[in-house]
Design a binder for this molecule. Sequence first.
Ligand SMILES: N[C@@H](CCC(=O)N[C@@H](CS)C(=O)NCC(=O)O)C(=O)O
Length: 215
Amino acid sequence: MTIHIYGVTFSTCTRRVAAVAKEVGVEYVLHPIDFSKGEHKAPAFLEHQPFGQVPYIVDDANDNFELYESRAIGRYLVQQYGAKSGLIPTDAKKLAKFEQAASVEASNFDVHAATIAFEKVFAPMLGLTANEETLAKHVGLLNAKLEAYEVILSKSKYLAGDEITLADIFHLPYGYVVANAGFADTLVNEKRPNVTRWWNEIVSRPAWQAVKDGA
Ligand SMILES: N[C@@H](CCC(=O)N[C@@H](CS)C(=O)NCC(=O)O)C(=O)O
């Protein structure tokens, strides 16, 4: 089983899809999109991803099925090829807890982690100057959100219960960038022992280790 990922090796969203593919044992071919040439804004690309963002996938083993949005792609890969992984529960209550945790990632983590990543890593790569005020504000907000994570993770091993789900995996790309951009103490901090335990465990997963520095 091989899917085609149209993306950028170092992009966080591309790595999110690559990590899920590794988790469920789906092989992929990465078709690089050249940001420097604006390929992601070209009409040929926009036909597949109307927002001009990476990644999108094509699954030629399933009628050339196409999909964009990294979390939706992750869900598709698990449901189509990795149901046995348990990364998306089937029991109604467990599924609801998974959706709750996935929503927490999108609403409470991504918004701050992605801003930190942009200001500290991607802005300088684009020749822009980081906005230190924005950076400090979002580091503070992320720390505050992680206090709530500490409460959740003091009661269960993972965010949706005692079994790992895709909701945990979704945190990896931006969490990893934040941790390596000088803010490791947001995720590994003796004041938040359960967040530290959780982060150290998910970041060590072989699937993430295989793609952490490039899909
Ligand atoms: N919600 C989308 C976000 C995609 C996204 O922001 N991709 C970034 C790279 S990680 C991108 O293509 N940036 C270029 C741009 O927005 O012009 C997803 O999860 O796939």
